[in-house]
Design a protein around this ligand. Structure first.
Ligand code: HEC
Length: 316
């Protein structure tokens, strides 16, 4: 009996019911039928056997109950699990939606690039993916790159060229943290592949800002977002309806921008996915043709052997 009560107490503590004495009471109230059954068994039998069974039963129930509490506690710690959205590049035979990559790059450039670098992406990688060579050159030329040293040993700045990487908004991590209240806006080049369930998580994160529920207060400089582990993120809600204007006339509401920038980030994590899928299809085709030839030739060569009959004529 005592052991089951202490189990309830532990369970009560796990639930966050702080006071020791009240915790077992509340937990017993939560399972009234069980505690009634336990006390009657214990008093009737007088022997400890019944109490042991009851304790074991209590332990099992508390274990199951406790496990579910742990699971929900993790949900808060790890963030709300993102729902599954149907991305245009989900299926093995699907390619990226390249119009969406183009719109997504615009969102990144006009909104996210103020805080996030994408230092592993180069302008030339956009050519043939979402821009023509001329367009990519123009975009690169709008940026300034430090180069050098020149013949006099001086560093100088020049226009960006196709072979340059995307410019970073901050000189280093310290200045990025200083500008963002101590939080570091991570580089976004590989973020989609680097987070569990990347595209669904990023879309949910960008569209998941809301008022904190009653009883939860968020420290100043942080914003409530249930999809972020811990629930409070240092990045403010960045996407608002009409925040950017698309070249192709797509209405730029917040969720459309989130979808486009997520597609762009999915592409930047796996830029060669389209080519790899085409290669995969070609490889499967080639292998099936080779298997067809191989099985035909095997049958051809084995036919005389398989249709032979060996007769052993034993003399004496
Ligand atoms: C005002 C600056 C700012 C802008 C603009 C901004 N972010 Fe952030 N972002 C941050 C900061 C700061 C963090 C780190 C948050 C933290 O650690 O609490 C962050 C974190 C993130 C994360 C990582 C979350 C994680 O799981 O670690 C993603 C993804 C992200 N931002 C995407 C975007 C996208 C996409 C945009 C453009 C639509 C954008 N951000 C615009 C400041 C910004």
């Amino acid at each position: 009996m005592r052991s089951s009560v202490s189990l309830f107490r532990t369970l009560g503590k796990g639930l966050g019911l702080c006071a020791d004495a009240s915790s077992s009471r509340v937990a017993q109230q939560a399972v009234p039928a069980l505690s009634a059954a336990m006390s009657s068994t214990a008093s009737e039998a007088e022997s400890s056997k019944g109490a042991h069974y009851a304790a074991a039963l209590g332990g099992i129930v508390a274990g199951i109950f406790g496990a579910s509490c742990v699971a929900s506690a993790n949900e808060v710690g790890d963030g709300l699990h993102a729902p599954h959205y149907h991305w245009s590049h989900d299926g093995v035979l699907d390619s990226y939606d390249h119009a969406s990559i183009r719109r997504g790059h615009k969102v990144y450039q006009q909104v996210c690039a103020a805080c996030h670098s994408m230092q592993y992406l180069h302008w030339r990688q956009l050519v043939g993916v979402c821009y023509t060579e001329e367009e990519a050159k123009e975009l690169a030329a709008e940026t300034e790159v430090e180069d050098g040293p020149n013949d006099e040993g001086e560093m100088f700045t020049r226009e960006g060229r196709l072979f340059d990487a995307f410019p970073s908004p901050y000189a280093n991590e310290a200045s990025a943290r200083f500008a963002n209240g101590g939080a570091y806006p991570p580089d976004l080049t590989l973020i989609s592949g680097g987070r569990h369930d990347g595209p669904n998580y990023i879309f949910s994160l960008l569209t998941g800002y809301r008022d904190p529920p009653a009883g939860i207060s968020v420290r100043e400089g942080l914003y409530y977002n249930p999809y972020f582990p811990g629930g409070a993120i240092a990045m403010p809600k960045m996407l608002v309806d009409g925040g950017v204007e698309y070249d192709d006339g797509t209405p730029a509401n917040a969720s459309q921008q989130a979808k486009d920038v997520t597609t762009f980030l999915a592409w930047s994590s796996y830029p060669y996915q389209d080519e790899m899928r085409v290669m995969g299809i070609k490889a499967c085709l080639m292998i099936s043709i080779l298997i067809a030839f191989a099985s035909y030739s095997k049958r051809l060569r084995w036919a005389p052997i398989k249709s032979q009959r060996l007769v052993m004529d034993v003399v004496n």
